[in-house]
Design a protein. Structure first.
Length: 320
């Protein structure tokens, strides 16, 4: 394990060039070693309160924000599962502010226990100098299943927020957000391949993990109103044709895995006109294929200033 000082040095060296360059992705590995073994994710969540603080190195961003800079950034990364040490290091190295947004592509871990443990973690995470915009994953409750959330308007669409933690936002599935004039669709959820393990050994499993038929209908209605054109899609899992099969858990019977969400996302992908790209998490790996990118502990940036036309101002936010 690296010391925090060494990791900070590594992070600073990795951020020596301009941040606006395209995201770099590692080539797929030939095994599933990037994915935790069955039940490992649950252990990560269960033990996070007593876990030693660790700073994981990251190497995808090619530059850092200058202190005092006032340009808003939309950063993006993969699953955190309740461990925000690397996010804290990222904020320090990139000199982020509350005006900057970090998109987390599901399995955030802030609504996992649904008790005081979540509140204690939210207090710590809310102290970070950044705004989190979170996609729903399959290892956490949906915001409406936790106490204290209300819907509000943010970037021209609805999010779930708690008054006590105004910089911790959760996307509403099917909403299309406007970020620097770009249309950004959010779709959370996925099936848990470790469902049986979690149920057998008393770990938490959430029945609402996959999009319901109501969510699917709402999403398709939103897309119809947008003429099936968006600039970005943010999801937890991926369309069926884009599954990184090389990362699947060895020995897992894939015939028992519920693929309904991936199949539905495939129907959306086949109809959508996507101008920029599709980003997803879930698989604990890092790869890219035909404009769809899967992230884990790497970082990127979307809706960069130079990509945006002069049209399309930023909507104001307010309670619905």
């Amino acid at each position: 394990m690296k010391s925090e000082g060494r990791a900070e040095s590594h992070n600073s060296e990795a951020a020596s060039e301009t941040i606006r360059k395209p995201l770099s992705f590692a080539r797929p590995k030939a095994s599933g070693q990037d994915l935790p073994s069955s039940g490992k994710i649950e252990e990560m969540n269960e033990t996070r309160a007593s876990e030693e603080v660790r700073t994981a190195p990251y190497s995808v961003l090619s530059g850092k924000k200058q202190k005092g800079g006032d340009r808003m950034h939309f950063y993006i990364t993969g699953d955190t599962h309740g461990n925000f040490s690397r996010i804290a290091a990222f904020c320090r190295t990139q000199h982020t502010t509350r005006e900057d947004v970090l998109i987390i592509l599901g399995d955030v871990g802030l609504n996992y226990f649904l008790d005081e443990r979540d509140k204690r973690l939210k207090e710590k995470v809310a102290a970070l100098n950044i705004t989190l915009f979170c996609i729903h994953g399959n290892h956490e409750a949906r915001p409406w299943e936790a106490e204290g959330y209300e819907e509000k308007l943010w970037m021209g669409a609805r999010v779930y927020a708690e008054p006590d933690y105004p910089n911790l936002l959760f996307a509403k599935d099917g909403e299309i957000y406007t970020m620097r004039g770009k249309r950004v669709l959010a779709i959370g959820g996925a099936y848990s391949v470790d469902k049986e393990y979690r149920l057998r050994y008393g770990y938490r499993w959430f029945e609402s993990e996959q999009p319901s038929e109501e969510i699917k209908a709402y999403t398709e209605g939103q897309l119809k109103a947008a003429d099936w054109r968006v600039d970005y899609v943010l999801s937890h899992t991926v369309p069926l044709d884009f599954e990184p099969v090389w990362s699947f858990l060895p020995g897992l019977d894939q015939s028992k895995v519920d693929k309904r969400t991936e199949q539905w996302l495939q129907t959306l992908y086949d109809r959508l006109d996507i101008r920029e790209g599709w980003y997803a998490g879930h698989y604990h790996c890092c790869c890219e294929r035909n404009g769809l990118r899967i992230l884990f502990e790497d970082y990127g940036e979307i809706c960069c200033e130079e990509e945006t036309s002069a049209e399309g101002g930023m909507p104001t936010e307010g309670t619905l």
